[in-house]
Design a protein around this ligand. Structure first.
Ligand code: AHR
Length: 508
């Protein structure tokens, strides 16, 4: 048994946790769009206009705030005009990044916007810099968001949409250091300025332009991009070319060459995974520190628009489709990330899990007409009350809640807290594979009402959900919270995630 104490000052408010930290990502990759979100109007699977309804229903329960599309690497070979107009007349192409399969373009701009409307999520469109043109991107913005009369507006209306859509989030390229063009940071920065210039605000549609940013801990890339924001060192009215700067960070147990199985792993692999997940904290600190130098006023948001676990594909599946199972280990990677995201809420504006359906660390997996909610899904659901809440600093003392992993030390308890509309939400993870964690929650500065708690755990870290056993890993009520004079005591089982909520009234 390890012990840990968390001191939470309920009357000291931190920054707001942007709802967009709970964002999603859906790429034309494997079975995310086709045979995932999109089944087509003629499918026997219940759908609305071709969009699979059980997925929509599952995701609506998460209050997903935004959906990034169409890539990823795919975005930089996607030409949006191929995805509008009558479906049977749309040109086809080869998806060279993902499996070399033919893309029929049946899921295009109108289908994506319909999906966002069904989900109640804001669209985040990732534009093509790698193989597109400034004009192409500029016209896509016009097609989507301009009102009145113009060439692109007329084209949109011919395709059945009178009113412009609202689109705020606009990605200027993806991984321009890699699949998006193998550029140098300096060149990418110039292109970000150029493309951003022609991505216009039409009417009252104000774009939040997100420049393609770093991989992992490449702080030099972030610095090169941040040097481009026009307010740095200039005396004229500040005007940022881009409002957000992205970076990507994936969690692994091994290497890119040997990532390991999603479900067949040992305890050492597990702890290495958790170290890798915890590293997100250091990397966020690094990027934020660089951004603070150039942007003290935090006018540019940090956008982690790809994160999550990356394992070997499931045996027998297309290696280019990135289909992986999702175990309790993945859930703990997610819960740890959210604690880190909440801690960095002042600079981190958006984060998008890769990817929502059937690819990498998915929320839902489908098999024919069966749909399975993954353990990761349940973390998103249990944590959704943090969206737009006020973060609270958690002072964690974890004297013996630690494990030595190789030459590093892993803190095995992770926590975060927020308050919204008079409701306190605390998230707690015990990352230890074997030992329970006895926790003292010292709650100061407010009167706290009756707690209710939910627990996500399973017998084994490798446990996961399948169509045959869809609730092998699912949350259940937890009645082990003891109310004390100072707060709450509870014992977290090994490898578990717990949320506790209670009404709060500020003291005095
Ligand atoms: O999410 C899968 C891929 O990972 C994305 O297409 C790319 O941006 C990243 O390398």
């Amino acid at each position: 048994m390890s012990t840990a104490t968390a001191v939470i000052n309920l009357d000291i408010e931190g920054p707001t946790i942007s709802r967009h930290l709970y964002g999603h990502f859906a790429e034309h990759l494997g079975r995310c769009i086709y045979d995932g979100f999109w089944v087509g109007e003629d499918s026997p699977i219940p759908n609305e206009g071709g969009i699979r309804l059980d997925i929509v229903e599952a995701l609506r329960a998460l209050n997903i705030p935004n959906l990034r599309w169409p890539g990823g690497c795919f975005a930089d070979e996607y030409h949006w005009r191929d995805g509008i107009g009558p479906r049977d007349q749309r040109p086809r192409m080869v998806n060279t990044h993902w499996g070399n399969v033919e893309e029929n373009n049946h899921f295009g701009t109108h289908e994506f916007m319909a999906l966002c409307e069904l989900l109640g999520a804001e669209p985040y469109i990732s534009g093509n810099v790698g193989s597109g043109t400034v004009q192409e991107m500029s016209e896509w913005v016009e097609y989507l968001t301009r009102d009145g009369d113009s060439p692109m507006v007329r084209l949109r209306k011919e395709n059945g949409r009178e009113e412009p859509w609202k689109v705020k989030f606009w990605g200027i390229g993806n991984e321009t250091w890699g699949c998006g063009g193998n550029m140098r940071a300096e060149y990418s920065a110039d292109l970000a300025r150029q493309y951003a210039t022609y991505c216009r605000d039409h009417g009252d549609n104000k774009l939040y332009r997100i420049a393609s940013g770093a991989s992992d801990a490449d702080y030099k890339w972030t610095e090169t991009l941040m040097q481009q924001i026009s307010c740095f060192g200039c005396e004229s009215t500040p005007k940022n070319f881009f409002q957000g700067l992205s970076f990507h960070y994936y969690t692994m147990a091994g290497t890119w060459e040997a990532k390991g199985s999603a479900t067949d792993f040992d305890t050492d692999d597990y702890y290495r995974t958790m170290l890798s997940a915890r590293k997100a904290d250091h990397i966020l600190t690094g990027h934020s520190t660089v951004m603070d130098i150039y942007d003290r006023g935090r006018t540019v948001g940090l956008v982690l628009d790809e994160w999550g676990t990356w394992w070997d594909v499931e045996p027998g599946t297309n290696p280019g489709f990135l289909f992986q199972q999702n175990s309790l280990r993945d859930a703990l990677v997610a819960s740890t990330h959210f604690d880190i995201f909440h801690k960095h809420a002042a600079r981190l504006y958006m984060a998008n899990i890769a990817q929502t359906v059937n690819v990498l660390q998915a929320m839902v997996l489908t098999d024919g007409d069966a749909l399975v909610l993954t353990p990761t899904y349940h973390v998103f659901e249990m944590n959704k009350g943090h969206q737009d809440a006020t973060s609270l600093a958690v002072h964690l003392r974890t004297a013996d809640a630690r494990r030595t992993v190789g030459d590093a030390e892993l803190e095995t308890v992770s926590a975060s807290a927020s308050v919204k509309d008079g409701n306190l939400l605390i998230s707690l993870s015990n990352l230890d594979a074997e030992e329970p964690a006895e926790m003292t929650l010292d709650l100061r500065g407010a009167l706290v009402g009756e707690p209710t708690a939910r627990l996500l755990t399973a017998d084994k870290l490798q446990d996961h959900n399948t169509p045959e056993a869809p609730t092998a890993v699912a949350p259940r009520p937890f009645d082990g919270v003891t109310v004390t004079e100072r707060g709450w005591n509870l014992t977290l089982p090994p490898h578990s995630f717990l949320t506790v909520q209670a009404p709060v009234t500020l003291a005095g």
